[in-house]
Design a protein around this ligand. Structure first.
Ligand SMILES: C[S@@+](CC[C@H](N)C(=O)[O-])C[C@H]1O[C@@H](n2cnc3c(N)ncnc32)[C@H](O)[C@@H]1O
Length: 256
């Protein structure tokens, strides 16, 4: 494809993301609040571009050093950063927090099942940090769903670069809006780390509920940083089974 055509396609995508965001906000709030939020995003985007904030995004670079990958929130182009502010900003899950949550899940499942029977699905997989960490549990299959093409591309590079002996897992990456994702019908662990604003989370949960009604199965959902946990109240197929202030664990009745 000619470079000019690629650029204009990307510009179109950016404008259509801004327009969709605007329509969503108007539906949820008033024109005035939507406009105020838009100014807030413009302000935040400006601040994010300052050198000290750019340096901060390298954050927990230790994981990357250890595994020769690129999963911090740094080194993203301005389009991805702006789109991140409109949807949900990329931030990789801290490894200790992830390990604590999945250990708690394994403890909860106990001897009735084994994580190796489950497919791990990361909604909003970003640069793939959670998927790489999930390799430590030997899930039978892993799927990452990411909206932004730049993050999806880096995740693909990371998976290629991440070579640990004995790792024999299947990781599939899908670059799409998670609201249109069709959940696989096998026993699964769905992982959410701040991927979606509340209205989009409701759409995702409605799709998941529909899928569970059609194909009843064991499914666990780990919701890290559960700021919109109240949205789950409207869905009956998933009930909260444990959690802390850092995460909530939900299960279907076919789980325990
Ligand atoms: C906080 S990051 C989590 C990254 C990764 N799961 C991890 O734990 O390391 C949230 C991610 O959700 C993605 N996202 C936001 N809206 C989305 C959507 N509608 N569909 C798919 N991904 C989305 C963002 O681009 C971002 O990469």
């Amino acid at each position: 494809m000619a470079p000019e055509k690629r650029v204009s396609e990307r510009t179109c995508r950016l404008w259509s993301a801004i327009w969709n965001w605007w329509c969503d906000q108007r539906r949820e709030t008033s024109t005035f609040s939507a406009f105020r939020r838009l100014l807030g995003i413009a302000w935040e985007f400006g601040r994010e571009s300052l050198p000290d904030r750019r340096r901060q995004r390298y954050g927990d670079v230790d994981y990357d050093w250890e595994h020769r990958v690129n999963t911090t929130g740094a080194a993203l182009n301005w389009r991805t950063r702006l789109l991140g502010l409109l949807h949900s900003q990329y931030q990789p899950v801290p490894p200790e927090q992830f390990r604590e949550m999945i250990s708690a899940l394994a403890g909860h499942i106990g001897e009735s099942a084994d994580l190796r029977q489950f497919t791990f699905i990361d909604i909003g997989s970003g640069k793939g940090r959670a998927l790489l960490l999930a390799l430590e549990w030997g899930f039978r299959r892993m799927v990452g769903v990411e909206l932004l093409p730049e993050l999806d591309r880096i995740a693909r590079d990371n998976i290629r670069a991440f070579q640990e002996p004995g790792v024999n897992a299947e990781i599939e990456l899908v670059c799409m809006d998670a609201r249109r994702f069709t959940f696989p019908t096998e026993p699964s662990v769905v992982f959410l780390f701040n991927p979606l604003p509340k209205p989009h989370l409701r759409v995702l949960l409605a799709n998941l509920e529909r899928s569970l009604r059609q194909n009843h199965r064991a499914l666990y959902l780990v919701y890290a940083n559960p700021v919109f946990e109240r949205a789950f109240a409207a869905f009956q197929m998933l009930r909260k089974v444990s959690g802390t202030n850092q995460y909530s664990l939900f299960a279907t009745s076919a789980g325990r």
